[in-house]
Design a protein around this ligand. Structure first.
Ligand code: NAD
Length: 264
């Protein structure tokens, strides 16, 4: 049987280690025949990403700090030189000062608000602008979001505001690039134990609450997100764009936890 991503080339941004959501998507995409390039943030992460990349036959690893516009531009220049074209990009990047991922949103500082927005939201727009000219046969841009964008999640604070802006960006970018055959979507993942995921205060509590109250009564794995990622970067989703696709065991449909859970 032909693999879903045979002949496609994709860039995956945001692997920190083998627990990263981006790694779950990269591995699933490689299993479906895609050729993958990676970016990494700084040498420390680079050393962790290299063996992972090698394990799926990838040798195109590029440094990229999205706070530095020149480093983002350089990545796409290198992709252009090496591959000439690009079929998909996975953007799985977010950051906020840990000391502000607790307490009240109202206390967010101006500096951290701006930094969180630039890294966690604007970078996707900048990436899209550089990637689009390489997507000569159309393409797929995918980012990662969380339901704290839509409803208030304790401690998620400024990150929720950044994710709301990221989701709006997904729709605006989908409208801008649709006529070029470039699709833009986001996966809204349930809580996963990753470096970024555990940076939010009381993450364990949130994780267990989600697991116990989601319709499927289970947590989300990076393999779950990987499967949805393959769908969204493959031709299976060729008429899907501007979509926020939930991979959260159904948690987002619940308004009130089971009454048994409240009585316990
Ligand atoms: P992770 O820590 O494994 O990945 C976060 C990545 O962001 C890291 O690779 C880090 O290097 C990168 N990054 C941060 N600042 C950067 C910068 N300035 N330049 C370049 N890269 C930078 O954690 P993860 O949970 O896999 O996060 C990936 C995405 O998934 C994030 O957007 C996150 O918000 C989102 N997400 C996570 C969860 C969860 O519960 N873990 C749930 C929903 C959405």
């Amino acid at each position: 049987m032909t693999k879903l991503l045979e002949g496609k080339r994709g860039l995956v941004m945001g692997v920190a280690n083998d627990h990263s959501i981006a790694w779950g998507i990269a591995r699933a995409a490689a299993e479906q025949g895609a050729e993958i390039a990676f970016t990494y943030q700084g040498d420390g992460f680079g050393r962790r990403v290299e063996p992972l990349a090698k394990s799926i036959g990838s040798d195109l690893l590029l440094p990229c700090d999205v706070e530095d516009a020149a480093s983002v531009k350089a990545v796409f220049e290198r992709i252009g030189e090496s591959w000439g074209k690009l079929d998909f990009v996975v953007h799985a990047i977010a950051f906020s000062d840990k000391t502000e991922l607790k307490g009240r949103y109202a206390d967010t500082s101006r500096d951290n608000f701006v930094r969180t927005m630039v890294i966690s939201c604007y970078s996707f727009t900048e990436v899209a602008r550089h990637a689009a000219p390489l997507m000569t046969d159309g393409g797929s841009l995918l980012t990662l979001t969380y339901a704290g964008s839509q409803r208030v999640m304790p401690n998620y604070n400024v990150m929720g505001v950044a994710k709301a802006a990221l989701e709006a960006s997904t729709r605006y970018l989908a409208a801008d690039y649709g006529e070029l055959g470039i699709r833009v979507n986001a996966i809204s993942a349930g809580p996963v134990r990753t470096l970024a995921g555990t940076g939010v205060s009381d993450a364990r509590l949130m994780f267990n609450y989600h697991r116990d109250n989601a319709p499927l009564r289970r947590s989300v794995t990076i393999e779950d997100v990987g499967g949805a990622g393959v769908y969204l970067v493959s031709d299976l989703s060729r008429a899907v764009t501007g979509e926020i696709h939930y991979v959260d065991s159904g948690y987002h449909i619940i308004s009130m936890p089971r009454l048994q859970a409240l009585k316990a």
